[in-house]
Ligand binder design. Sequence first.
Ligand code: FAD
Ligand code: SIN
Length: 545
Amino acid sequence: MKYSKYSTVIIGSGIAGLYAALKIEQQVNLPDGLLLITKSKFGESNSRYAQGGMVAVMKENKNDSTVSHISDTIKAGAGLSEFNAVKYISEHSDEVVKDLLKFGVEFDRDENNNLCFTREAAHSVRRILHSGGDATGKMIEQALCRKVQENENIEIYENTSAVELLIKSNLECKGVLVFNDQTQDYEAIYSPAVILATGGIGQLYKYTTNPAGATGDGIALAYNAGAIMQDMEFVQFHPTALAIDGEENRFLISEAVRGEGAKLCDADGVEFMSKYDERKELAPRDVVTRANFSEMKKNNLPNVYLNAACIDEKELRRHFPNISKKCLENGIDIAHDFIPVAPAAHYYMGGIKTNLRGETSVNGLYAIGEAASTGLHGGNRLASNSLLECVVCAYSVAEYLKSIELKTPKQIDSEMKSHIDRYSDEDIILEEIDVNPLKKKLQNIMWNYAGIFRDESSLQTALIKLKNLKKEFPRNLKCLSTDEYEFRNMLTVAFLIAKCALDRKESRGAHYRTDYPSEADIAVHSCITKDTMKKSIEQETDFVK
Ligand code: FAD
Ligand code: SIN
């Protein structure tokens, strides 16, 4: 086993991880250096696929104000958005956007070189910056990747998965154990600051807009480390993923297309959104998702349609070049044809509970980006607030780290060593498991029983099926591949989602219970730790034992 030490380790090379690396390198004293780890190729992430844009309440946008953005965010959040988090993130947006521009990020501008703002559902004004038309994530990500790669003070490990956090019995994080899938080597990395920027969980569902790596790893690692998890039942389903037969990882048709005027309709072109909400296509995402899903169920069809033909053709093609191209590859001309769309798992509002400095309930462990639950999004994220949160929280964790001393231990701690040695135990002989069919089973369970509409019976069924699935995966600690580690993490997070959804006996935001269709009078966050979970399910299952 190789041992190493760094003043800070960042796990994840999405926008949160990349921007944190740049800000920490710029400002923090790092006697033992800075390491950025990613399980994929450098830069592969959910961030890369972000389309619509990034919220920015810019001083020069005279129609907008932080008051208006805070109000829109809180309204969409269904009572669970934390005012201080919303205010902090909104008020820092102007500053972080200007900083991104300095790092070489280019947002789309008009002929007078002014920033262009688009609109998305439940935003009361145009306040969303975009880049490359509908390739915002890719453009931000590429600029930040370039800056990180050029920076000699940031070391990068690719194809390297974090598989366990090194936690002392006093709940202090001392570092992380990582596994390189190509060399099959483990490395124990000691660090006083471990930052999880590992993204979301879309791959837990049969239909998702998320790429293959969104398996909830950081969330499972933090949970196993004893950290507090918040609002785990809140999964956001996007209403308009391109519904092409046979494709379960679905290409997104950005909400910005509706923001520019596209309408949802059935195969005959009959619009239906006014039946569900007076804001129609621009109602909050959870409302539009349930409307689409209900129409599909009612008509027993695999999709509804989006009609973008009402948008000026030149503008449509200019603003959405990638959506236009992808649809054309599938024989759909977005300026003239209806686009088949259906809901898909898209974003995770739940996750590792953090404060605005990125601190989790475990000392030395931080979380930022989609893996974290800061309280910004509440029960339903407002479109394009995620990229903003990634950047502002990366900025704030760097601000915090510069105020503390980052001391690495002089020698290897014996408690940690016995922990790590379990991975190099030659006596453990494991046979490789083909996790692909198991992943598919898990995705079906979550889609069918813990999806857009849930009830007591479906969630109980999900828990029983997950428990049975766990029996097909006899791994307690060490796994043989990144795929196996991912599946282990998916099982952990799936179980937490189903359990928390069962416990929340109301409908709120993206969590919709058909047996409790109303909101409770008081909005409360759900919190869970490994200990409380163990206690609450001791009678029901041996899943976490
Ligand atoms: P990610 O970008 O997902 O990065 C996670 C990183 O962690 C990856 O590099 C991954 O390889 C790495 N990783 C994970 N587990 C491990 C491990 N065990 N060990 C090592 N590395 C690990 N949001 C908006 O605000 N606006 C949009 O327009 C928008 N459009 C979207 C469109 C699509 C199709 C999708 C999927 C999402 C969209 N979102 C949008 C949401 C937004 O993109 C994400 O929430 C955000 O990019 C998450 O960034 P992140 O840095 O937290 O995580
Ligand atoms: C989209 O472009 O519709 C996605 C925006 C988001 O998820 O914030």
